[in-house]
Write a protein that binds this ligand. Structure first.
Ligand code: DC
Length: 226
């Protein structure tokens, strides 16, 4: 499909996809697509424009017109919407819940498909998401499905949010994660499932370094890394 190689990193929220994707992109010198941020920006832009998240055609219109820019920094990729830095705004729990709603709308996924595929440029792309290996880059030479128990993911998110100064309850986070997983896995369009040729890594008992090491070994075995 694309001349540039793509490594897909799919899986549920909080499994560590963002961290391993960022570090893989840095290690290889490749581009990075945080597709979840695209869905988050669509939800955010709808809220700003007063567009109801139930109105799939209107939400798809917002997705098509989106003026979004991803700018890499040492601390990660920052997300800009129409010239404004919305990186922190879209990372809230509400931002995640809104993203999950708009991500279930077929016209929205269709509107974002080409935009994502166009990001596969040389020397290569690390694509972080849910349907990178199943829908967006089905011919990718390496597909990783990174998962972890819901409890481990809730705890990681808890510490992340505490670090951002947000006060949340761990029990509430676990319920939210379980509900979001159920919605992402059961939706009819692009459900969260591993591609048939994906390699599953369970990060429940692994450190971020161990996950990166496992991913690098896979990349080496596919001759994507020396
Ligand atoms: O990875 P994240 O938490 O930023 O994703 C936010 C939401 O977007 C999540 O509920 C799943 C959805 N999503 C999706 O459906 N497809 C993608 N490729 C990426 C994210």
């Amino acid at each position: 499909m694309s001349a540039a190689p793509v490594i897909c990193v799919d899986g549920p929220s909080g499994a560590g996809k963002g961290t391993v994707s960022l570090r893989l992109a840095a290690a290889l010198g490749w581009h990075l697509l945080d597709s979840g941020a695209l869905y988050r920006v669509v939800g955010f832009a709808c809220r700003q424009a007063g567009v109801s998240l139930d109105d799939s055609d209107a939400v798809a219109g917002v997705a098509r017109a989106l003026d979004v820019d991803f700018r890499p920094t040492d601390a990660g990729v920052t997300v800009w919407l129409s010239g404004d830095d919305v990186t922190s705004a879209i990372r809230s729990e509400e931002g995640g819940a809104d993203a999950s709603l708009v991500a279930a709308l077929e016209p929205v996924r269709a509107a974002l498909l080409l935009r994502q595929q166009e990001l596969a440029r040389l020397p290569g792309l690390i694509a972080d998401g849910r349907d990178m290996g199943t829908v967006v880059f089905p011919d990718a030479p390496l597909k990783i499905f990174l998962t972890a128990s819901a409890e481990a993911r809730a705890e990681r998110r808890f510490h992340q949010l505490q670090g951002l100064g947000e006060s949340v309850s761990l029990a509430r986070l676990l319920t939210d994660i379980e509900q979001r997983d159920a919605r992402d896995q059961s939706r009819s369009i692009s459900p969260l499932v591993p591609a048939e040729d994906a390699i599953v890594i369970d990060s429940t008992a692994l450190t971020a370094d161990e996950v990166l090491q496992a991913a690098c070994e896979l990349a080496k075995s596919r001759k994507l890394m020396s």
